[in-house]
Design a protein around this ligand. Structure first.
Ligand code: UDP
Ligand code: MG
Length: 332
């Protein structure tokens, strides 16, 4: 179905939110490339750099940049809260009519913003960057990412675009809606799909990281995947129900078979070897015990989330904010 789109002009102010975690090697490159690009752009911009509890020189570089460039705002979180929360903090503090979210490592080329703005003017509220290729990443990383996006589409939301990270432009009204969702376990792309609004991809080639190494090792990727699956969907719970049903059915069949054998041996006096069948018993105990523990484990994950939410804690704690735009906003 065609969406009704209202044409609009460029945003009066465009916020660019960049989470940074131990990015000291990357920042000089980012600063050069982004400053050059933004100077050539005819839209007023603010850059919101979120320091996500970096342990290296990152925060010093960010503060210096903000001192030398008044459009640069720095939010420094009190510790490492993780990428999704860092982006959320940046969005909370952004004042623009449109917000671009991008990585610090220049894997998301800033030049794509030009096309994103074109789409924004056409009336789209979310313009997400969809990767055609990913260069400079290992086969393993590409493969896990490929699986990740396909599984997430099933588990999270049917509108979740494939091969799409957090690189996107979001209109103010969409950002407001997104900022209203304050769940602790955040999967922003899924939340964005849930919100709706007219959305469209722009295609781009994902460059290699300019420097440093990925802050998303396999462990964090799996964490994000589990988070996304559990916070968005009851399917894992149904999985444990299905598992229970299958195991119960297998147990039922084995029970019938055992009765049949006993009947043959005791009633019909058939000359069969009637052994106690310890292997069957051990296998069944393992199967049943395993499936019960798996189901309790899945249930536990959901209960843990209810517990987290019931505490009603803020999503992040800000140590300090620098820059005139963000100092006006006292959020957390
Ligand atoms: N990042 C963050 N907090 C974290 C992990 C990552 O703010 O706990 C930032 C990181 O500095 C980068 C972005 O999130 O700007 C994406 O991370 P990265 O490029 O390492 O992920 P990849 O592109 O390899 O998936
Ligand atoms: Mg990256």
């Amino acid at each position: 179905m065609e969406k009704y789109l209202e044409k609009r002009s460029n945003p009066k102010l465009l916020s660019i939110v960049i989470p940074c975690y131990n990015e000291e090697k990357v920042l000089p490159f980012l600063r050069n490339r982004l400053s050059d690009f933004l100077n050539s752009l005819s839209v007023k911009t603010e850059i919101i750099l979120v320091n996500d509890g970096s342990k290296d020189n990152t925060i010093f570089q960010l503060v210096n940049w903000s001192i030398e460039d008044s459009s640069v705002q720095v939010i420094s979180l009190s510790r490492n809260f993780g990428h999704q929360i860092a982006v959320t903090a940046g969005m909370d503090y952004a004042s623009g009519d449109a917000i671009v979210i991008m990585d610090a490592d220049l894997q998301d080329p800033p030049e794509v913003i030009i096309e994103m703005l074109e789409r924004y003017r056409e009336g789209y509220d979310v313009v997400y960057g969809q990767r055609i290729t990913r260069t400079g990443e290992t086969f393993f990383k590409k493969f896990t990412a490929w699986c990740f996006y396909r599984i997430m589409k099933v588990l999270v939301h049917k509108d979740l675009p494939l091969d799409t990270g957090d690189f996107r432009l979001i209109s103010r009204r969409c950002a407001n809606a997104l900022n209203g969702l304050r769940e602790n376990h955040r999967f922003l792309r899924g939340m964005n799909a849930w919100i709706g609004f007219p959305q469209i991809p722009v295609y781009y080639n994902r460059d290699p990281r300019v420097a440093g190494e990925t802050k998303y090792p396999l462990k964090k990727m799996i964490g994000l995947a589990i988070n996304a699956a559990i916070s968005f969907s009851p399917i894992p719970l149904r999985f444990s129900l299905a598992l229970g049903l299958i195991i119960a059915f297998v147990g039922f069949l084995v029970g019938i078979y055992a009765l049949f054998r006993a009947f043959q041996y005791f009633i019909l006096h058939s000359p069969i070897v009637y052994n106690p069948g310890w292997a069957t018993i051990v296998t069944l105990i393992c199967l049943i015990g395993g499936s019960i523990l798996i189901s309790i484990g899945i249930l536990g994950e959901y209960i843990a989330r209810i517990f987290e939410e019931s505490k009603g804690r803020p999503l992040y704690v800000v140590e300090f904010a620098k820059g005139k735009n963000v100092q006006k906003k006292k959020l957390v």
